[in-house]
Ligand binder design. Structure first.
Ligand code: DP6
Length: 394
């Protein structure tokens, strides 16, 4: 191969939303958690990161490794990104040492170009999809024989929740107990096809100001909350068992109760942090009331809310209950960005909500995202780096 050969590999990776939350690190450097967690991978048709990794001996070594994210140069000097580069390179170097005929990709600068298919302004955790795509793309470029679980060990060091985005469907991150973190990785609890009816309605809520980042928020909780000990020793282990059983048995009522209880428990430890951290706001709480009203009206649990480190509500429901769940929110929120009109066709206006709840939602929800359970990272020939190594303009 000529020395100006540009090697390229592209992948997409999904977002995941936890139903048993990761909150707390026992080792911030290796990004090891204080508890296991479990999430649902969301469909990449609606939310995904596309990343092309490339390397070439012709890239000036003075450029070093680089990342262009949504058209803007992004800093790769941070310890977490560096840890991912280091781990992937050393695995490639081992392959090259074992087989000297392989091109020495590990010695070449890496050029990465990445794009999200959803607005960054939506305030959705994009770091999970971002680091999962980053690790998967470089692993593809380097032709590493690593399994998704092995790659999850690397992605975890970029961002904890990213380790769960290496799989589709229903995914657990086992906390592990080894000091070197070699057993803190993700595995798949069930394929998306095991329970494909799972849907997620995301209510995007604009926050007045940027809240505490999850990295720093969880450290403050670990350091100051007494309630947190109860959560990691009793609440989460029990929720993990109940959740895995609910998923295996496709028991939505059980899935929903654990999802809502675990979100409540996580936000209770945030409130118990000193000084307290509040991620949910009045709009988030109105979404909780709406879900309770829907479940009470239907007479069974058809919807489950969960909240991450921000005010957006994620509401899980099953396809067969679209009318009760989506119909109710559609009726209240009216025509805002994100509704999939085709799937709403024929939906009758469903039950009405308490006037106060309805008006808070109407004024506070800026867009919706209708999505569902989906697949893990996918290799693609859609390249964001051209054959000559330049970023592709779209
Ligand atoms: C509330 O994965 O963003 O979304 O490991 O510091 O990057 P770092 O944290 P991050 O935390 C996510 C926390 C959460 C719950 C979850 O996704 O499990």
């Amino acid at each position: 191969m000529a020395s100006d050969t540009v090697y390229r590999a592209s992948t997409t990776a999904p977002v995941n939303i936890a139903v048993v939350k990761y909150w707390g690190k026992r080792d911030p450097k290796l990004n090891l958690p204080t508890n296991s967690s479990l999430s649902v991978t969301l469909s990449q048709a609606d939310l995904r990161t596309l990343t092309t990794a490339s390397c070439s001996a012709s890239y000036p070594s003075s450029d070093g490794d680089s990342l262009l994210l949504n058209g803007e140069p992004s800093d790769v000097a941070g310890a977490r990104t560096q840890a991912c580069f280091r781990e992937l390179r050393s695995r490639r170097a081992a392959l090259e040492a074992a087989n000297p005929s392989l091109p020495k990709l590990s010695a070449m600068p890496l050029r990465l170009v990445s794009e999200n298919n959803f607005p960054t302004a939506a305030g959705l955790a994009s770091s999970a999809a971002g680091f999962a795509a980053f690790v998967r793309a470089i692993a593809n470029l380097y032709e590493l024989p690593a399994s998704p679980s092995e790659l999850s060990l690397i992605a975890r060091q970029g961002s904890g929740s990213a380790c769960r985005s290496l799989f589709g469907g229903y995914v657990a991150w086992r906390m592990g107990d080894k000091a070197d973190g070699s057993d803190s990785m993700a595995d798949q609890v069930a394929e998306a096809s095991h329970w494909p009816e799972m849907r997620a309605l995301i209510l995007v809520v604009s926050a007045a100001k940027k809240g505490v980042s999850s990295t720093s928020g969880m450290q403050q909780t670990v350091a100051t909350s007494g309630l947190f000990q109860e959560r990691i020793t009793k609440v989460v282990p029990q929720n993990m068992d109940l959740m895995e059983k609910a998923i295996k048995e496709k028991d939505f009522a059980a899935f929903a109760e654990v999802t809502m209880r675990d979100s409540n428990s996580f936000h209770a430890t945030c409130a118990d942090t000193y000084p307290p951290i509040f991620y949910m706001n009045d709009v988030s709480r109105a979404a909780i009331r709406a879900v309770e009203t829907i479940n009470a009206n239907v007479g069974r649990t058809v919807a489950a809310y969960t909240f991450d480190a921000g005010p957006n509500a994620v509401i899980y429901y099953l396809e067969q209950d679209t009318e009760a769940v989506v119909g109710t929110f559609y009726h209240v929120l009216g025509e805002i960005d994100g509704w999939k009109q085709a799937s709403l066709k024929g939906l009758k206006p469903s039950m009405s909500l308490d006037g106060g709840v309805a008006s808070i939602l109407k004024s506070g929800v800026s867009r919706v995202i209708m999505t569902g359970v989906g697949e893990g990272p996918m290799k693609t020939d859609d390249f964001l780096v051209a054959e000559d190594g330049s970023p592709v303009k779209r």
